[in-house]
Design a protein around this ligand. Structure first.
Ligand code: DGL
Length: 270
C-alpha cells in the first residue's frame, strides 16, 4: 500500500514517532535535523520493550495500540521508528489509518545500503525477530537480485545501548563477536544497522570495522525519505515525549539516543 499525500491543510498536527522504547530517539534525532521546523510527538513503549524477541502477532498488536494513541493526539503523519514493528505492522497500520502518511524504516534502509555497496555483499545486524522475518534480506534482494546478504541477530547490542554501555572494551568485543567472519575479503563491504539501538554504538562499530565496512544507519535514511515525502512542514520546533513506563528512566537515557536532554515525559497507558 502506498502513502497518501500530506496536504498543507492536513499538516497541522505534530509528526508522530514511535518505538518499543528509547532507541527510536535516534530516528527522531535524524528527523529533527531533516525537518527542523516540524513538531514531533514521540512515544516509547518502554513498559513492553523489547519487541525484537516477540512474535509477529504480539508486535503488531502493540504497534496498533501505540499508533492509535498517537492518532488520538492528532498527529499528521506517523513514523514507525522501530525496525521490528516496521516489519510486522506497517501494512496493518496503513490499512487501519488509510488517510495518514505512515513510514517504516525497512525500505529506506534497504535502498541506502544497496546504493553504497559496491560488491553487493551486504551485512545486516538487527533484532532476532527482524532477522527471522527475512524482511531486510527480501528488500535487499528485490533491489539487487545478485546481492549476497549476511544477516545476523545482535540482541546484546540492544542491552548494551539500554545500559548506556556504548564505548570501551566490552561493547567493542561484543561488536567484534557479531562481526565475526565479516571483516575479511569474503565478507560484506557494507553494514546496515537494522535496529534503532545500534546507532548509539556507532563509535564502537566503526572502531571494530576499521574502515572495512560502509556503515548505513537506517535512522538517517528514513528521516530523509520522510522529509522528502512530507516536504516543508511548518511548526514551532516543539517535541513532546510519551512513555509507558518510568519517566525518570526515559529522561536519564534520552541523551544517549537523542543527543540532548529531555525534561518532561508524560506517562501513558495503552
Ligand atoms: N526498536 C527495536 C528495533 O528497532 C529494538 C529494540 C527492541 O527489541 O524492542 O527493532
Amino acid at each position: 500500500m502506498s502513502n497518501p499525500v500530506l496536504t498543507p491543510a492536513a499538516a497541522s498536527g505534530p509528526i508522530g514517532v514511535f518505538d518499543s522504547g528509547m532507541g527510536g530517539l535516534t530516528v527522531l534525532r535524524a528527523l529533527r535535523r531533516q525537518l527542523p521546523n516540524a513538531d514531533f510527538l514521540y512515544l516509547g513503549d518502554t513498559a513492553r520493550l523489547p519487541y525484537g524477541t516477540k512474535s509477529p502477532a504480539t508486535v503488531q498488536s502493540y504497534a496498533l495500540q501505540t499508533a492509535s494513541l498517537l492518532v488520538e493526539r492528532g498527529v499528521c503523519a506517523l513514523v514507525i521508528a522501530c525496525n521490528t514493528a516496521s516489519v510486522f505492522a506497517l501494512d496493518a497500520l496503513r490499512m487501519r489509518f488509510p488517510e495518514l502518511p505512515i513510514f517504516g524504516v525497512i525500505e529506506p534502509g534497504a535502498d541506502a545500503v544497496c546504493e553504497v555497496s559496491r560488491s553487493g555483499r551486504i551485512g545486516v545486524l538487527a533484532t532476532e525477530s527482524t532477522i527471522a522475518s527475512n524482511a531486510y534480506q527480501r528488500a535487499i534482494l528485490a533491489r539487487r537480485a545478485q546481492a549476497k546478504v549476511f544477516a545476523r541477530p545482535a540482541p546484546v547490542l540492544v542491552a548494551l545501548a539500554e545500559a548506556t554501555w556504548t564505548n570501551g572494551d566490552v561493547p567493542e568485543s561484543v561488536v567484534r563477536a557479531y562481526l565475526d567472519g565479516w571483516l575479511g575479503k569474503d565478507g560484506p563491504d557494507s553494514l546496515l544497522l537494522g535496529c534503532t539501538h545500534f546507532p548509539a554504538l556507532i563509535e564502537a562499530i566503526r572502531k571494530v570495522a576499521d574502515g572495512r565496512l560502509k556503515i548505513v544507519d537506517s535512522a538517517e535514511t528514513t528521516a530523509r525519505v520522510v522529509a522528502q515525502a512530507l516536504g516543508e512542514v511548518a511548526g514551532s520546533r516543539a517535541a513532546g515525549y510519551l512513555a509507558t513506563d518510568s519517566a525518570e528512566r526515559f529522561s536519564r537515557l534520552a541523551p544517549v539516543f537523542l543527543g540532548e536532554c529531555v525534561e518532561v515525559v508524560e506517562m501513558v497507558d495503552l
